[in-house]
Design a protein around this ligand. Sequence first.
Ligand code: FES
Length: 104
Amino acid sequence: MITITFILKNGSQHIVDADQEENMMQVATFNGVPGIEGACGGFCSCATCHVYVESTHSLPPPAADEISMLQGTAAKREKNSRLACQIKLGPQLDGLVLRVPDMQ
Ligand code: FES
């Protein structure tokens, strides 16, 4: 089991434990994290799971389709922007901190 912290729009923290989910979008939606919709179900085609990676964890680089979706769809894209559905769960991500954008 790993612990993930989501920083919400109002600055509060939503801390969840995860071990069954496949990716961070599922962690957010299964645990009721506000502001993460996951409308496409994790198929990298909606960007309603946009998050900012705020911790120093080393993530695999985004694939071309994730980059394209972030460039074309995500609001307020920043250099630490990622699609939560493309961040696969793993023990190396224990303590990961993700910030939810002001809007999707
Ligand atoms: Fe649609 Fe992530 S859930 S792009």
